[in-house]
Structures are given as C-alpha cells and as structure tokens.
Ligand binder design. Structure first.
Ligand code: IPM
Ligand code: MN
Length: 364
C-alpha cells in the first residue's frame, strides 16, 4: 500500500478552516482508494512572526524536504506583518525546492456563476504554466539615495535560458498530454506564449527565443502568441481560444487572477508549485489570500483547497483518486444545493467540504 507524508501549513486568516476541508478530502480519498496519508501540521504564520520574529524556522526547508508533498493554506495578514515580509516564506519554498512550474488550471464547473458572460463550462478549460522561480520575482535590486530628492529603486528581473526553457517545455508537454486525453479545446494542443517583447526588449525577447526553440521539438502542437495586455482582453472575449498558456512569473501571476474570475471567483482557483523531477516536494495551494476579516467565521469557499488536494494527488500518481475528487466537486457544484457566501448562498465552509466528501462516498 502506498504511504504518503503530507506537510500541512494552514498559515493565516481563513487558512485553518480551509486546510481542515483539504485534509478531510485527502483522508477520504485515502480511505476509498486504499493508500495511506499521514499529515503533519506546521504553525508557520504571521502570529508566529509576532511571537518570535520569524514566519518559519531557519531549517524549514530541511524539515519539509522529506515529505512527499506540501499543502499550503494561505499566508499573510497585513495588519500583523507587512506582506512583503510574510510572503517571502511562500517564495522561499518555491525557490528553495526548485518548484519551477506553477500549474494553474482554469476550469469552470457547471453550476458556478461567473461575472464574465463569455465564460461557460464549454468555453473555459485553460491551463496556465507560470514560471515560478525567477523572472520578475528574482529579488535583485535595491533602494538608492533614500530620503533624498534623487531617491530611486532598482528591481532587476533574471531570465535564464534554463529557467525559461524548462517552464515552456513543461507547457508544451502538458498541451500534448491534454490533446491525447481529449481535454483541449479542439483536436490539437495549443500553447500560447504570453509575452511583452514589444516593450521588454531583453527579457521578453529572450523568453520568445526560448519559446520558439522549444516549439521546434513539438510539431504536433499549435503555437500562438499574445502580448500580456492583449491577452487579458482575449481571456475575456474568447476564453475558448486558449488551451495551454505559458507565462513568466509576474505575468502568470496577473493573468491567473483574471482566470480565477473566468472560473467563478477566487474560491475556485487552485495552483500547484511543482518540481517536476521530484527532487524536492511540490506544494499545492488555493491561490486566494487569507481573508483575515472572515477568519473563524466558516464562510469561505473550500473548493479551491479541495482542488489543490486533487492536484496534489494527481502529482503523487493517485490519478483515480484525483479523478474521483474532480467528479465529486462537479457533482456538488452542479447540484447547486450547497452554496457558500461567494456563491450567493449561506452554507458554511465545512458544509461544502462535507458535501464533496458525501459525493465521493456515493461514487466509491
Ligand atoms: C500568488 C500570490 C503570490 C505571488 C504573492 C502573495 C507573493 O499572488 O501565489 O499568486 O505573487 O506569487
Ligand atoms: Mn497571485
């Protein structure tokens, strides 16, 4: 029997309550599909920072590295700790574990309302591959002549050939795989290059070159490009055009919040920080924030966290369990009986979680 150790970092705000639902689904999947999961929880958070001056211990990566995967709730509470300090923790794990692919599926489930009229379950099925360890997030630069009229800041992006190439290649492989499974919007896979090489004349020109280089190895996959500003427009106007999108760290961050709206809101959007080689554990998370004002109220939607668990299990090779979770989520949302506040309903976080669990047990 397969056994997995999963580290759970609930984080701040609503992190505890949504993580509980994630663990509920993880345990249920283990029970039904005959594998074992042992979870260990870590209280790394803004409260910890206030108490002892650090979000996570200095040897956090050492502690996490022997787990099979990590579930992260949500980090940050600006009333307690400045965001650029607390969120460093997230970026440290992504970079430290070389989780160079940020996998962000954008899928609209039947029964979920979206504010975007063009978005339907038929038109929205996109996979964004966001480069996750370098680019605009390289943390290089500084403040200069601070406090003088000549003050300036420098923030330098780093785009390595290896970094661009491997993220883009992952996108092409994903498109090929999606086409085989018949999941792409059309018979062939298509990768759209999200770029801005008309203005960013070094970094994005280099990125485009990496894209063209990788594309040569995938004659069976269609290619396309969209400047990031135009892409935000096309996401809204013709979401059905998109299959896989590859994007740099910052651009991928921005377009996936728009993507979350296509899929009905932040309550539905999950992401995986993946180290494809498995040298280090990968980390899965809902992409929403920690919503401190809702903390403890049990009103936020746990679907994004449940989707993160689905991706975690898929990553571990538990495809059947992942598929069953997806079916249970679709059944629950499609039935429309349980709706959290973001969906215009009054059901609690745990009622939604339990409802997905029940749907899983029904089809077990
Ligand atoms: C995300 C978040 C983070 C990011 C922030 C909180 C640093 O927006 O995961 O999308 O920009 O990557
Ligand atoms: Mn973001």
């Amino acid at each position: 029997m397969s056994q997995y150790r999963v580290a759970v970092i609930p984080g701040d705000g609503v992190g505890t309550e949504i993580s509980a639902e994630a663990v509920r689904i993880l345990n249920c999947a283990a029970e039904i599909h005959g594998f074992e999961v042992e979870t260990e929880s870590f209280d790394w958070s803004c409260d910890r920072y206030l108490e002892i001056g650090e979000m996570m211990p200095a040897d956090a990566l050492e502690t996490l590295k022997d787990f099979d995967a990590i579930f992260l709730g949500c980090i940050g509470d600006a009333n307690k700790v400045a965001d650029h300090i607390s969120l460093e923790m997230l970026l440290t794990i992504r970079k430290g574990f070389d989780q160079y692919v940020n996998l962000r599926p954008i899928k609209l489930y039947p029964g979920v309302e979206t504010p975007i009229r063009t978005a339907t379950p038929e038109t929205v099925d996109i996979l964004v591959i966001r480069e996750n360890t370098e680019g605009e997030y390289s943390h290089n630069g500084g403040f200069f002549k601070r406090g003088t009229p000549d003050a300036f800041a420098l923030q330098t992006g780093i785009f390595t050939w290896k970094g661009c190439e491997r993220a883009i290649r992952y996108g092409f492989e994903a498109a090929r795989k999606r086409a085989k499974l018949g999941r792409a919007n059309g018979p062939v896979g298509r990768v759209t290059n999200c770029t801005k090489s008309n203005a960013l004349n070094y970094s994005m020109v280099f990125w485009d070159e990496a894209f063209d280089f990788v594309a040569q190895g995938f004659p069976d996959v269609e290619t396309d490009m969209a400047l990031v500003d135009a892409l935000t427009m096309w996401f809204v106007k013709n979401p059905d055009w998109f299959d896989v999108v590859v994007a740099s760290n910052l651009f991928g961050d921005i377009i996936t919040d728009l993507g979350a709206m296509l899929q009905g809101g932040m309550g539905f959007a999950a992401g995986g920080n993946v180290n494809p080689e498995g040298t280090f554990p990968s980390m899965f998370e809902p992409i929403h924030g920690s919503a401190p004002k809702y903390a403890g109220k049990r009103i936020v939607n746990p679907i994004a966290s449940i989707e993160a668990v689905r991706m975690l299990l898929e990553h571990l090779g538990e495809e059947e369990a992942a598929g069953q979770i997806q079916q249970a989520v679709a059944d629950t949302l499609g039935a429309g009986e349980i709706r959290t506040k973001d969906m215009g309903g009054t059901n609690s976080t745990d009622e939604m979680g339990k409802s997905v669990e029940n749907a899983m047990r029904k089809t077990a």
